[in-house]
Ligand binder design. Structure first.
Ligand code: NAI
Ligand SMILES: NCC(=O)COP(=O)(O)O
Length: 364
């Protein structure tokens, strides 16, 4: 069966969940969807009346068309042109005061995630991009929730996913003759109290995480032979066992086993000295053991242009590298930077292309 590169659909449809309504998510979603409308059909999932009002306040030229979820279920996604942004209406529970959280809106935020998953599974969307939500508000609404990453895993029946953030590699970390590269940091554990991290790092878990990173970098990012550098858990990667034994008992055996399966994974490296050009030049991804071991470094280098990607899902999900920025939302529209949302949309399109091109098809 011949396999040829499949052209991108002229205007692919992706779902954009607008996140916490009192934060900057609705604004950056509308701005990015409007700015990119000729290239991509960003279908917003949120409260249509609230988004129409917000759109009018951002720019009266923005046109919004409300769709009911039921109508899309029955008739599919209508093929509107780029002169308007489609919004699938997921009504909020309470009036929105920018910058002020209201737990009565928590469940509606979750309902946008459910609609996005349904839409990808039904073939309406090629990918999902999520604007930031407030994890505490969902919990205040009575739903135990630790993040999109875990929610998408659970609601797609996926046992193991990997959170990876990525952004442009700082110029100083590139050789002069080298093309621009991405700086990627994946996490072995996600939203977990620090005291629970050591017990959550296991040989079996690391095996699955390394397999997912290797697989997804190949299939969704087109990297033929990904090299993954792995951090230790303890200071100085355990200092030969004197500062902790996880490197000896867990991480090193997991890396030996991964290499035996053909995965190019090296380490464990002391995390405090790994993030320097000498190591990063040859790496496609760094695997950190926990959230605040890897993400401060990545965000220091790329904040505002970085993205968050969930690897291992049966769908494409990208997100911004920042949170709800309630402080900015409280000040009114026009203060939030859209760079990360824009990058998340670009990445989702690129991943959708890679997946489409990897699929064998017969020319007719
Ligand atoms: N993907 C998601 O849903 C994410 C959600 N969060 C949630 O966001 C909430 C707030 O988190 P924080 O730690 O306060 O981080 P935050 O990213 O909301 O804010 C940190 C600082 O960065 C600034 N900032 C953030 N985004 C910006 C933008 N687009 N343009 C300009 N400045 C920006 C804010 O004004 C603030 O000073 C938490 O509930 C957290 O769980 C955090 C990260 C990702
Ligand atoms: N620091 C990243 C973050 O908190 C985003 O989490 P998620 O909601 O994408 O799972």
């Amino acid at each position: 069966m011949p396999s040829t590169t499949q052209p991108r659909r002229s205007r692919p449809a992706i779902a954009v969940t607008v996140g916490e309504p009192a934060g900057i998510g609705p604004e950056i979603s509308l701005r990015a969807a409007w700015a990119r409308r000729h290239e991509v059909n960003c279908v917003l999932l949120g409260d249509a009346a609230f988004l129409s009002m917000t759109a009018a306040a951002i720019d009266p030229a923005i046109r919004v068309s409300a769709l009911s979820l039921m109508a899309v279920r029955n008739g599919g996604l209508p093929h509107f042109g780029p002169e308007r942004i489609s919004v699938i209406d997921v009504p909020l529970g309470a009036h929105v005061v920018p910058g002020t959280l209201d737990k009565d809106n928590g469940r509606a935020v979750l309902a946008t995630l459910d609609a996005a998953i349904e839409g990808v599974q039904a073939g309406w969307f090629e990918a999902v991009v999520t604007a930031p939500l407030q994890k505490s508000t969902i919990n205040d609404a009575g739903v135990a929730f630790s993040g999109h990453t875990e929610y998408f895993a659970e609601h797609t029946g996926t046992d193991q996913v990997v959170m990876m953030l990525a952004g442009p590699m700082p110029a100083a970390f590139n050789a002069a003759d080298e093309p621009a590269r991405q700086f990627r940091v994946a996490l072995a554990t996600t939203h977990l109290a620090l005291k629970d991290v050591p017990a959550a790092v296991s040989q079996e878990g690391l095996a699955r995480i390394l397999d997912i990173i290797d697989h997804d970098l190949k299939t969704k990012f087109g990297i033929a032979a990904p090299r993954i550098l792995v951090c230790g858990l303890n200071p100085h990667a355990g200092e030969g066992g004197y500062l902790g034994r996880e490197e000896i008992d867990t991480i090193t055996p997991a890396l030996d086993a991964a290499r035996a399966r053909g995965i190019d994974a090296l380490g464990p490296y002391p995390a405090d000295t790994l993030f320097q050009p000498k190591y990063l030049r040859g790496a496609d991804c760094v695997l950190a053991m926990y959230h605040d071991q890897g993400l401060p470094v990545l965000k220091f280098a790329t904040f505002g242009h970085g993205i968050n990607i969930t690897l291992g899902l049966p769908l494409i999900r990208t997100s911004v590298d920042h949170g709800t920025a309630l402080d900015l939302a409280a000040r009114g529209l026009g203060h939030a930077d859209c760079g990360s949302m824009d990058a998340a949309i670009t990445a989702a399109l690129g991943m959708a292309d890679a997946v489409r091109n990897a699929r064998p098809h017969t020319s007719t």
